[in-house]
Design a protein around this ligand. Structure first.
Ligand code: NAD
Ligand code: IPM
Ligand code: MN
Length: 363
C-alpha cells in the first residue's frame, strides 16, 4: 500500500524552476513505481513572488508550507532586488521560511560519485572516497541576531552573533545521532580562539558528546577546516558548524565533489522538513536548460528518506543518479570544455527518470 503525502513545491528564481521541474519528474516516477500519491501544491517565493504580489513570501505560501508534509524549494535570488530593502529581498523569504518552520538543522551531504573522481578541479587521488555531511545550524547566529542595522549616512552597520546553549544542544544532537549511523566522527568547526559564541559552542558540543560515547569528537578552527576540506576531504565524516560557517564551507565542498550543482540539502527541526539544493538561482544560467538538476533531485530523495521514511524509494533515486553518471551522463558543469558533449538539465532529468523506471522493471 502506498502513502499519501502533500508536498508544497516552491520553484523560486533563476534556475530554481528548471531544477524543481526535474526533481518533480523524478518524484512522479517514484510515486508511480511504488503506488504512492504525492499531491504537489505549487507556491510562489522570492523575486518571482515580489513581481506578482509585491512580497517575497506571500501569506498563502507560508500557510501552505505549514499545512504540508514537506516542502521542496528550488532557489531564490534575483539581481533586480539586490539593493531592495531587506524585507523585499528574495533571500529574506527563505530565511523567514526556515525560521517559521523551525528547521534548525541543515544536513548537506557531500559525497564524491566514483564516476566523477576526475570531473572536478582537484586531484582524484586526494578526493576519491570523499563522503562527508555538514550539519549546519540554520535558524540562529549572525543571520538572525538582533540588533542589526545599516546606516549609509553615518557609514556604520551592525550584525549580532548570538547563540544560546539550547540552540547548540539541539543541533549537536542531530550531528551526533547522524554520526552514529555513519563513521562515528563529529568535527565541530568554530572560531573559539577569537569568538565568545564559539567558546560557548565548543563547550556545549563537548557536553553533548558525553552522551554519545561511541562517537569521537574533534574541534577544528574554521580557517583550518577550509583548508583541510580542499587538502584532505576524506578525513571528515559529520561536520557540525554554525550558520555562516556552514554556508561557506558547504559551497567549498561543491568544488571537491565536482560541482555545486550536485549538492542536496535537508532542513529538519520541529516537524515539516524543507528540501533544497545547496546552490542558488545562478541567474546567468536561468532559462537556458543547462543547470545541473542533480542537487535538486537528490534533495527530493532526502525528502523521501527524512520526512516520509521511504528508504527504498530514496535509495532508488540515488542509485539512478549513480547509474546515469556511471554511463557517462554529464551536464555542462561536469565537462571540461563547453564543447564536450553534455546533457541539458531536462535531458539529465529524463535519463534519471528512465533509470528509476528501468530499476522498477527489473525489481
Ligand atoms: P549560485 O549558487 O547561484 O552560483 C554559483 C556558481 O555555481 C555560478 O557559477 C553558477 O552558475 C554555478 N551553479 C549554481 N548552481 C548550478 C547548477 N545547478 N548547475 C550548474 N551550475 C550551477 O550562487 P551566486 O551566484 O553567489 O548567487 C546567485 C543568487 O542566488 C543570489 O541572489 C544569491 O543570494 C542566491 N542564492 C540562493 C540560494 C538558495 O536559494 N538556497 C543559495 C545560494 C545563493
Ligand atoms: C544557502 C544560501 C542562503 C543562505 C541564502 C540565499 C540566504 O546561500 O542556502 O546556502 O545563506 O543560507
Ligand atoms: Mn549558500
Amino acid at each position: 500500500m502506498g502513502v499519501s503525502k502533500r508536498i508544497v513545491v516552491l520553484p523560486g528564481d533563476g534556475i530554481g524552476p528548471e531544477v524543481v521541474e526535474a526533481a518533480v519528474s523524478v518524484l512522479t516516477a517514484v510515486a508511480a513505481k511504488h503506488r504512492h500519491q504525492f499531491t504537489l501544491e505549487p507556491g510562489e517565493i522570492g523575486g518571482a513572488a515580489v513581481r506578482r504580489s509585491g512580497t517575497s513570501l506571500p501569506q498563502p505560501t507560508l500557510e501552505a508550507c505549514h499545512r504540508a508534509d514537506a516542502v521542496l524549494l528550488g532557489a531564490v535570488g534575483d539581481p533586480a532586488y539586490d539593493n531592495a530593502p531587506r524585507e523585499q529581498r528574495p533571500e529574506y523569504a527563505l530565511l523567514t521560511l526556515r525560521k517559521a518552520l523551525g528547521v534548525f538543522a541543515n544536513l548537506r551531504p557531500a559525497k564524491l560519485w566514483p564516476a566523477l573522481e576526475s570531473a572536478g578541479p582537484l586531484k582524484p587521488e586526494r578526493v576519491a572516497g570523499t563522503d562527508l555531511c555538514f550539519v549546519r545550524e540554520l535558524t540562529g547566529g549572525l543571520y538572525f541576531g538582533e540588533p542589526r542595522s545599516v546606516d549609509y549616512g553615518s557609514g556604520e552597520a551592525v550584525n549580532t552573533l548570538r547563540y544560546s546553549r539550547a540552540e547548540v544542544v539541539r543541533v549537536a544532537e542531530v550531528a551526533f545521532s547522524l554520526a552514529r549511523q555513519r563513521r562515528c566522527l563529529v568535527t565541530s568547526v568554530d572560531k573559539a580562539n577569537v569568538l565568545e559564541t564559539s567558546q560557548l559552542w565548543r563547550s556545549v558540543v563537548g557536553e553533548v558528546a558525553v552522551r554519545y560515547p561511541g562517537v569521537r569528537l574533534e574541534h577544528v578552527y574554521v580557517d583550518a577546516c577550509a583548508m583541510a576540506i580542499a587538502l584532505d576531504p576524506r578525513r571528515f565524516d559529520v561536520v557540525l558548524t554554525e550558520n555562516l560557517f556552514g554556508d561557506i564551507l558547504s559551497d567549498e565542498a561543491g568544488a571537491v565533489v565536482g560541482s555545486l550543482g550536485l549538492l542536496p540539502s535537508a532542513s529538519l527541526g520541529l516537524g515539516i522538513g524543507l528540501y533544497e539544493p545547496v546552490h542558488g538561482s545562478a541567474p546567468s544560467l536561468a532559462g537556458t536548460d543547462v543547470a545541473n538538476p542533480i542537487g535538486a533531485i537528490l534533495s527530493a530523495a532526502m525528502m523521501l528518506r527524512h520526512s516520509f521514511g521511504l528508504m527504498t524509494e530514496a535509495n532508488d533515486i540515488e542509485a539512478a543518479v549513480g547509474a546515469v553518471l556511471d554511463a557517462g551522463g554529464r551536464t555542462r558543469d561536469l565537462v571540461a570544455n563547453d564543447t564536450d558533449s553534455h546533457l541539458t538539465c531536462s535531458a539529465m532529468a529524463a535519463r534519471i527518470v528512465a533509470a528509476v523506471v528501468a530499476a522498477a522493471r527489473t525489481a
